[in-house]
Design a protein around this ligand. Structure first.
Ligand code: SAH
Length: 228
């Protein structure tokens, strides 16, 4: 009980800090990030580090993103109730949970859903277990496979995000975006430096591209990623 309270206090402190430093502006994202317990998405030995704002190792050479990066991406995505979202790179399931909190809050009658694709089978299971235990199983679907080609079965999507970096914007992700939709994806070099790129598909199908700044993500593998 005491430990839970400590974690909630730590969570609030880190989120307050992100608000005051300008990373977090959207009230819906703030509320979601205050609610989702990051510790529940970490391996047992790292739960006490849950509110250090840094990437943390989740096995298989992969990391859960730093808290400020999740905040920044969710803010940029302009998320709202009822949206259908595709995430490439489930990892721990934490980022997906923050999005599910916004697009499909339990009180909502609108049908928001997050589809999240993970290429490492053990991590797909890790994400699925974490999301189920945290109560998101009805509003999230974890898919095992190569998300660099998107997930055409459920397309089109209102929002798409990739939490692994690609050499260039994966064309099938753009194809699977609805008019008016937003895609956020890190683009750049292998394991070193990338730009976080936002692509907006306008209602006439034209694309607007904006760079949101420098980031470092693990590589996206697969057909439209880096060849493994
Ligand atoms: N969003 C995650 C962080 C993911 S780290 C979280 O909240 O924890 C990036 C993840 O992308 C890794 O788990 C990696 O295995 C996965 N990945 C890399 N290439 C992929 C691809 N082509 N399709 C699906 N997942 C991929």
């Amino acid at each position: 009980m005491r430990a839970e309270k400590d974690k909630a206090t730590q969570r609030r402190a880190v989120i307050d800090n992100l608000v005051s430093s300008g990373y977090l502006k959207d009230q819906k994202v703030i509320k979601a990030m205050l609610k989702v317990p990051r510790e529940e998405f970490l391996p047992a030995n790292l739960k006490d580090s849950a509110y250090i704002d840094t990437p943390l190792y989740i096995g298989h050479g992969q990391t859960i993103s730093a808290i400020h990066m999740v905040a920044m991406m969710d803010d940029a995505l302009e998320l709202g109730v009822g949206q259908r979202v595709l995430e490439v790179g489930s990892g721990s399931g934490y980022h997906c949970a923050t999005i599910a909190e916004i697009v499909a809050p339990s009180h909502s009658s609108k049908e928001g859903h997050v589809f999240t694709v993970e290429v490492v089978p053990e991590l797909a299971k890790f994400a699925e277990d974490n999301l189920r235990k945290a109560g998101y199983e009805d509003v999230v679907t974890v898919i095992r496979g190569d998300g660099s080609v998107g997930y055409p079965v459920e397309a089109p999507y209102d929002r798409i995000l990739a939490t692994a970096a690609a050499p260039k914007v994966p064309p099938l992700l753009v194809d699977q975006l609805k008019p008016g939709g937003i895609l956020v994806v890190p683009i750049g070099s292998f394991h070193t430096y990338q730009d976080l790129v936002l692509v907006k598909k306008l209602s006439d199908g034209k694309l607007l591209r904006k760079d949101l700044g420098g980031v470092v993500f693990v590589p996206m593998v697969g057909e439209h990623g880096w060849r493994a």
